[in-house]
Structure formats: structure tokens, C-alpha cells
Design a protein. Structure first.
Length: 334
């Protein structure tokens, strides 16, 4: 098992190290997913986004060109449903209780924890080595979704916070169990924009309209000091902050969210039917897309808490700031 590296993306590397885990674990994960029975999908707390042409992408001064945020383009989409909130610790616990599922972080025995919030025990139980581009991420033995900051921390008081330390494989397994799937990257961005095309954030172009915080990101000097002016040091409840125009919460900030797509910085820049009609990403790759930024994003280092911002990591990576929400294809009679 190796720690991997931080993916290089744009002006500065993003705050998402990659995990390189053992090949046998990937096989076990896939097999476990196949054995999980799927339930009938419930559309409670989901939002239906109608079919049509939508504009996605950006080309303003904030974009990370190497990430492939552009071009601004129109995509034709079928209707789809998307969760109003990110999947919570309570919901993921119900999944584990019903299926016995074991996450990749649990199976491997460690996960990445931000040094600034790691428990004292977690710091003592860190693995040797680090990721040079992101030295603030500690590989901690015993860190997993129940213990987000390492041994000595627990989610008991954070049942309504987004689950973290879940890999792409873990997210897919949960989505299958609830009869849903992960959103495509295009679906995610359309949902994040909340009927407001060509705007930087889900609520408009100003980060702090009328001086009010609209999302959970880093304030202060990254990574030394978080002044928590928005009220939070790590994750916030999934209902924190006002919803966007679709009634969706925390589409940017709080936690990164896994998407279904393989990563490519330029696949979508080729204008053809695959990239402009219900685009689902390239047919193959090594990384999976994550969107939305997190509570660790800061304008001085990783200003990816924007509608068009995108990055990636390996599908077996698990960290204390990546979660997910689910989607579902629309059924005509609904």
C-alpha cells in the first residue's frame, strides 16, 4: 500500500492527495458491491431537474485552465433526480447496519486526516511517510467514517453531517443499495447552478453577499489558522447555509462530492454527441471526478468552491473532506 501523491491541477495543486491501495482490495470491493441488494428508489428529499439545454463550464479569471473548467458550452440533458443533501452519517450507518459493508479505509486500516484537526491519538498513530505537495494530510491508523479525526473522535454528535472517509467504491456501493447512482459531472454542475447559469457560485457572483457566509470554506491563513468565521472548522450539517435555486444544500464547500465520471482535463473540449448530449465522461481513466470543494478550500490555495471547478483523485482514496450525494434517472410517469 502506498500513499500516492497530490494530483497536479492548475495554478496550484489541489488539497486532495491520492491513495494507491493494493489491487486485491479493489477486487474485494467490487465483489461486495455485487452482493448488496438494491432497494426501490425513494424520491423523498430528491429534486427533479427537467430536461433541456443547459450551459456549463466557465472561462473567467478564477478558473484553473489545466483542470479543464472550460469551455463554456451547452449540453442537452434528459431529466434527472438528485439528492437535496449530501449523504449523512446517519444514512451511511443505516447502510452499514443493513449490509455489513466495510469501507476501504476500514479494510486497509487507515485514511487521510487533516493535521490541524487530528486527535492526539491519531497523530501518534500516523503511518510513516507523507504526500510532499500536501504535508498537512496525515495517513492515520484507525481513521474512518465513524472516527473522522482519528481514534478518539466519533460521529455520535454529527449524525446530520455528511459522511466522509468514503472512497468512490464505497459511494457507489451505498448508491446501489438505495437504488440510485452517483451523478454525472454534468448533472452535478447543472444542479449546483440552481437555475443561475453563468454565475460563479450557486447563489451568484459574490462570495459574501451582504457580508453573509453562504458555504463552509476556510477562513484565515491556510493551513495554519482557521478563524471559522462561517461557524465551522470541519464539516457542517447538511442543511447548513441557504439552499440554491433548486432547493439543494451545500453544493459547494463542506465536502467534495464524488461524481460517476472518469477524469479527463480535455475530453469534454471536443464538441461531439458524446460530450454534448447527456455527457457521462470519458470511457476510461485512472481517476474519478470530485466536485464542489470543501471546508478546507481557501482562495490562496484551492479556490475550487465554484460551480465550474473540478478535480479528481483515485477511486480508492478516502479523506476527511470527501463525501457524496446520489442521483437517479427520471422515470417518465413521475
Amino acid at each position: 500500500m502506498a500513499l500516492g501523491s497530490a494530483p497536479a491541477s492548475g495554478k496550484k495543486a489541489c488539497c486532495v492527495p491520492e491513495t494507491v491501495r493494493s489491487a486485491p482490495r479493489a477486487v474485494c470491493t467490487s465483489a461486495l458491491q455485487d452482493n448488496i441488494p438494491s432497494r426501490a428508489v425513494s424520491y423523498v428529499d430528491m429534486v427533479l431537474i427537467g430536461p433541456g439545454a443547459y450551459r456549463i463550464g466557465a472561462d473567467d479569471s478564477e478558473v484553473h485552465v489545466a483542470d479543464g473548467e472550460g469551455p463554456v458550452r451547452s449540453v442537452d440533458m434528459d431529466a434527472f433526480w438528485i439528492d437535496r443533501y449530501a449523504v449523512t452519517n446517519r444514512q451511511f450507518a443505516a447502510f452499514v447496519a443493513a449490509t455489513g459493508y466495510v469501507t476501504e479505509a476500514e479494510s486497509e486500516g487507515w485514511s487521510f486526516v487533516f493535521e490541524g484537526v487530528a486527535t492526539a491519538t491519531g497523530k501518534k498513530r500516523r503511518l510513516r511517510g507523507s504526500v510532499p505537495q500536501t504535508p498537512w494530510w496525515l495517513p492515520v491508523r484507525g481513521a474512518q467514517w465513524r472516527h473522522p479525526e482519528g481514534p478518539g473522535s466519533h460521529i455520535s454528535s454529527r449524525q446530520d453531517h455528511p459522511v466522509v472517509h468514503v472512497s468512490w467504491h464505497d459511494a457507489v456501493a451505498y448508491a446501489n443499495w438505495v437504488g440510485k447512482r452517483l451523478p454525472t459531472e454534468a448533472e452535478w454542475e447543472i444542479a449546483a447552478r440552481g437555475r443561475m447559469e453563468n454565475f460563479r457560485y450557486p447563489w451568484g457572483n459574490e462570495l459574501l453577499p451582504d457580508g453573509e457566509h453562504q458555504c463552509n470554506i476556510w477562513q484565515g491563513r491556510f493551513p495554519e489558522e482557521n478563524t471559522r468565521e462561517d461557524g465551522y472548522v470541519t464539516t457542517a450539517p447538511v442543511t447548513a447555509f441557504p439552499p440554491n435555486g433548486y432547493g439543494l444544500y451545500n453544493m459547494v464547500g463542506n465536502t467534495w462530492e464524488w461524481c460517476a465520471d472518469f477524469w479527463s482535463p480535455d475530453w469534454h473540449q471536443d464538441e461531439n454527441a458524446l460530450t454534448r448530449h447527456n455527457p457521462a465522461g470519458p470511457p476510461e481513466g485512472t481517476g474519478r471526478v470530485i466536485r464542489g470543494g470543501s471546508h478546507m478550500c481557501h482562495h490562496s490555495y484551492c479556490n475550487r468552491y465554484r460551480n465550474s471547478a473540478r478535480t479528481h483523485t483515485t477511486p480508492d482514496s478516502s479523506l476527511g473532506h470527501i463525501g457524496f450525494r446520489c442521483a437517479s434517472s427520471a422515470v417518465a410517469e413521475l
